[in-house]
Design a protein around this ligand. Structure first.
Ligand code: PLP
Length: 452
């Protein structure tokens, strides 16, 4: 009997020993998953040695591309010197202080203090806890967190309680934590108020004010949203935030900006807050901080927030074992150096202009592309059954469409992300114009072959 290939062996072991998410158990049990062993530039390489262009940057992380050899050198050096020790309680690590000093010049104005944790969920949990702590130091019981009714801020219970929409998994994971309130999501293509921008009075921002008033502003600690909510049009972005910032100030509600995806050049600015001149009280970032080479996420606080936390000299009991991990911090610092040296944010901005033009043409020609939104190297298109009425696909049809698009892209050696409204385009920031054109040609080809 012929010996099983490496791929078959891995798939079998995968199916035998792993617990997977985001795939139906029946599907997983039938086929297992595609297993990768290597990466290089914008490509992943699987157990068969086949190369795939990864247009989702390994979950929006890999800003500098796969297979960089400078980061492992830094990791090795830091690990040889000092891997990690628990920080806080009188101990700190030089590597985390070095990283904070570098970031001060890059984050939106006013943010001056940092903590580094292991995941976006940890970061948002920290942000929520510290927002409550800030108000309690002032003698106020402002504890509610308001978020959009269609958003995602992490998989742990606090973060998931702030989430809304299908990614929350209410049916199997509920109930969620009390004190988390939802408000209207800015969704310009399908405005919940049946209006269109401009001329809509940004009712989605007014909805926040109504929510705060309904809950009672004395109970509301903070509003959290991504710097670019996934459904907003960039045209409306600045006006939306101008109104939201004013509402938050007037009602003494802290602004937590989640730049976990949008930070580090993804939208063509170092932070997407720059598109709207945002100066958050607390900001979390970023999948691109260490390009996914090691897990690290930053939380930035304004001096005003820090002073508020410290004002009564309360002993804070909060932290994770790996807070400020030295190797992660050293690698993140080098990753930032590479991003600045190789002008990757500028590349994202340039590629974004090119993609915008080409996607507009493709959208015009293809019947199933309803809306196209994005900037830099962060684009998504929203499929529709009928462009003129914006009629949605029924879920089964939509799943068929996405499956066909993914499968046709695979014929061209392209891997699309697993989640999202449509087929997102968010490749590593090192992508070249030729590679962008190859991907866009393939995207159009995949749409034109759809049979429903
Ligand atoms: N915030 C946003 C905007 C995210 O997209 C995610 C995850 O994708 C998170 C937070 C949670 O991050 P993590 O998966 O690292 O816990």
């Amino acid at each position: 009997m012929a010996e099983a290939s490496i791929t078959e062996k891995y798939r079998r072991k995968d199916m035998e020993h792993m617990v997977r998410s985001l795939i139906l158990p029946s599907e997983f049990a039938k086929t297992g998953e595609q297993i990768f062993v290597k990466g290089s530039g914008i490509k992943l390489i699987d157990t068969d040695g086949k190369e795939w262009i990864d247009i989702s940057s390994g979950g929006l992380c890999v800003a500098i591309g796969y297979g960089n050899q400078e980061l492992p050198e830094v990791a090795k050096e830091q690990m040889s010197k000092l891997s990690h020790c628990f920080t806080g309680g009188g101990r700190a690590l030089a590597a985390e202080v070095d990283l904070a000093c570098k970031l001060v010049d890059l984050v939106p104005e006013g943010l001056k203090r940092f903590q580094f944790v292991n995941s976006g969920s940890d970061a948002n949990e920290t942000a929520f806890k510290f927002a409550r702590w800030y108000w309690r130091e002032k003698g106020l019981n402002k504890y509610k967190i308001i978020s959009l009714d269609d958003c995602y801020h992490g998989a742990t219970y606090g973060a998931l309680s702030a989430a809304g929409g299908p990614l929350r998994g209410d049916a199997i994971f509920g109930p969620f934590a009390p004190g988390f309130i939802h408000t209207a999501t800015p969704y310009c293509y399908r405005c919940p108020f049946n209006k269109s921008y401009p001329g809509c009075d940004i009712d989605c921002a007014s909805a926040l004010e109504e929510t705060i008033e309904k809950e009672g502003e004395d109970t509301v600690a903070a509003f959290i949203a991504e710097a670019v909510p996934k459904t907003i049009s960039y045209l409306a972005l600045r006006d939306y935030w101008t109104k939201v910032v004013k509402i938050c100030k007037e009602h003494r509600v802290l602004l937590i900006i989640d730049e976990y995806i949008t930070g580090f050049g993804r939208t063509g600015k170092f932070f997407a807050s720059e598109h709207s001149g945002l100066r958050p009280d607390i900001m979390i970032f970023s999948k691109g901080l260490a390009s996914g080479y090691l897990p690290i996420v930053g939380i930035a606080f304004s001096e005003e927030i820090y002073n508020g936390l410290a004002q009564n000299d309360t002993y804070p009991i909060h932290g994770f074992t790996y807070t400020g991990h030295a190797v992660c911090c050293a690698v993140a610092l080098k990753n930032i150096e590479i991003m600045l040296r190789d002008k990757l944010v500028e590349n994202a901005a340039d590629m974004g202009k090119h993609i915008q033009k080409r996607l507009a043409v493709i959208q015009e020609r293809q019947p199933y592309i309803g809306d196209v939104r994005g900037s830099g190297l962060y684009w998504m298109e929203e499929p529709v059954a009928d462009k003129s009425t914006k009629a949605q696909f029924e879920p089964k049809k939509k799943a068929q469409l996405l499956a066909q698009l993914r499968s046709r892209l695979r014929e061209k050696g392209i891997l699309a992300g697993a989640l999202g409204l449509g087929i997102g385009l968010y490749p590593p920031l090192i992508i070249t114009r030729e590679e962008v054109d190859y991907v866009l040609d393939a995207m159009e080809w995949s749409y034109s072959g759809v049979k429903l």
